[in-house]
Design a binder for this molecule. Sequence first.
Ligand SMILES: Cc1ncc(COP(=O)(O)O)c(C=O)c1O
Length: 366
Amino acid sequence: MLANTHDLIPIAAPDIGEEEEAAVLRVLRSGRLAQGPEVEALEQEFAEAAGLSHVVAVANGTLALQAALHTAGVRPGDEVLVPDFTFAATANAVIAVGAVPVFVDIDDHFLIDLDDAAAKVSEATTAVMPVHLYGLMVDMSALEAFASRHGLAIVEDAAQAHLARRGDRAAGGTGIGAFSLYATKNMTTGEGGFVTTGDEELARALRRFRNHGMVSRYEHTEWGLNLRMTDLAAAIGRVQLRKLPEATRRRRENAGYFSAHLPGFFVTPDVPDDAHHVFHQYVVRVPAETRDAVLAGFRDRHVGADVYYPTPLHHQKAFGGFARRDCPAAERAAAEVIALPVHARVGRGERERIVVAAVEIAEEMT
Ligand SMILES: Cc1ncc(COP(=O)(O)O)c(C=O)c1O
């Protein structure tokens, strides 16, 4: 676990060790650095671990979303429903394909609200992007019914949801999915991503898009880009994937401990019965007027608490032009949320320290 009881408990701490070092060295010495057998093996291994049919590795999660939107048929001028409370990458990928993000409010689980989504569908809407925020999957049966009612493609933003499940569905298993392998994610390749689909034709299209639309040497049947992952990154990812089930178990155990022991001042996450939450983040709510003081209280006690995300997307200057109307639940969440360190390197000692800090802070606030 983390070394010293007075050290800062960071909000994220990638678990990189000798196995990852050996894997990188093996690839460096092989002389084959760009996309090759390690990428192919990682794709197969992730597909098997996550219960997905086709996995296409790419250079990062944002490009995974862009490839997913493009391959789902989203074209310039289309409107795409995006939750207002997510990382900017979700909306940036929409803009990258020339489409228009339409911001939708969230529900009590910080996930896209289908009633508000229905109110924001227009003639131009062609896709919906559920985001499995913090590692909790959207109810994809309900989302699929909504999408088919309105004739929309589904692009799942599963950037934070490796191995998450809801009922009998896996994250990334409906429509086209996109995962991130960024350094702070539940598994990492430094930078990296996966696009996932159950459809073999779409998987082939994704592989072509990843490699300049090439079907055989210098034969390009459509335009594409270079989205390829390196074998160096994939070798790290294969080790990370082997660690992922145990790392996820620890995240879930830490989350269970917090939910059982945090004082009532903190509103703990409500996990639906049918969800296997993978706790990319463990996020509580506090009264908005206390949030800055609560954050400072954690930091004074060497707990790296943080806010994901302080500003709803429709309030960002970059996206202001796309706002149609307010998203009050997203605004409230942005003002109230605090993430506590929940990752696999938070051990018994650290989680107890976090709860002790929380008890002291709650006493100060009430
Ligand atoms: C919800 C969400 N979507 C998309 C991304 C983009 O992934 P990446 O940083 O790998 O481009 C991230 C992670 O950063 C994310 O958290």
